[in-house]
Design a protein around this ligand. Sequence first.
Ligand code: SF4
Ligand code: SF4
Length: 352
Amino acid sequence: MAKLDQGPPNYKEMLPPIIKENYGKWKYHEIPRSGVLKHVSESGAALYSVRVGTPRLVSIDFIRDVCELADKHTDGFLRWTTRNNIEFLVSEEAKVQPLIDELDAKGYAVGGTGAAISNIIHTQGWVHCHTPATDASGVVKAVMDDLYEYFNSMKLPAKLKMGLACCLNMCGSTHCSDIGIVGVHRTPPRIDHEKIRKGTEIPSLVASCPTGAIRPDPKNKSVIVNNDKCMYCGNCYTMSPAMEIYDAKNDGIAILIGGKVSNARSAPSFSRMVIPFLPNNAPRWPETTEAIRKIIELWIANAQKGERIGEWVERIGWEKFFTMAELPFSDMLIDDYIFSRETFRTSAAFKY
Ligand code: SF4
Ligand code: SF4
């Protein structure tokens, strides 16, 4: 009988000898060039990690190819990072350049270290999920193609982390990224009463709505949606297939900025919406790539060294950011959900 409840394999069995020998004894690290980290231990041993971008959604052929590279250059050792980059773990400096040369020749992207744009954390999109308002892989490819120069260099004021979620469930990190790309709907759900009668747990459906826009309709054994209260979150569709909400013409992308997770210098913060809607212009999403580049270039030109996007905007003030970015400020950007009060200005300090 198959062994059950055995958990994941023990990661310690897969560590390269240099990490096993120096585990917990690392003294310092440096970044000798974009895409290469050097960790030095108390014993003087040095480990080089060569970082390579991936599209995250990969074939078995891709995995086999990186395994072959690891067999040839790193005694078979590699790892995936929390942003879905690959790191080849090299224990001798002399082996670093031949590995990079072969990676370059094969078209792999070496980079993503230090003050750079690393990989975009992203989701399923139209490839696999049933609730997206936009695609994930397509948008990420378009944005990273446009910003590639910042992946394989370290010329930004600070690190820049981007996340994409194809709906407001925000699987991943869009709520806490320097730049968040989020799929949004703009029309209410279409109720299929027959489907509700056949298989929806109505109390759970009613309870799934954050604005109380759904109420039971016992006479018809279904529900009624108050469209004036609906803000198109799509949570009811997650709860019931009878509440389809996708709408090819009206779905699109919102851009959020200024989030971060680390405690360095300032506290972790949520990202905030600065562009409520950009169209789903597949396959290259030019409006989205252009808007993101513009924000990033403004940050590069104006931030102090080490300042993340949110820290820069907090320093100059959000009014000034909107003026500098030439972004229209509409009522859609003013929080009107339950605890919105604390986001309003309760001070006379502002700039004209
Ligand atoms: S963010 Fe939404 S649409 Fe995208 S994978 Fe998660 S649940 Fe699915
Ligand atoms: S889309 Fe969201 S706000 Fe609208 S009815 Fe469904 S759960 Fe409520």
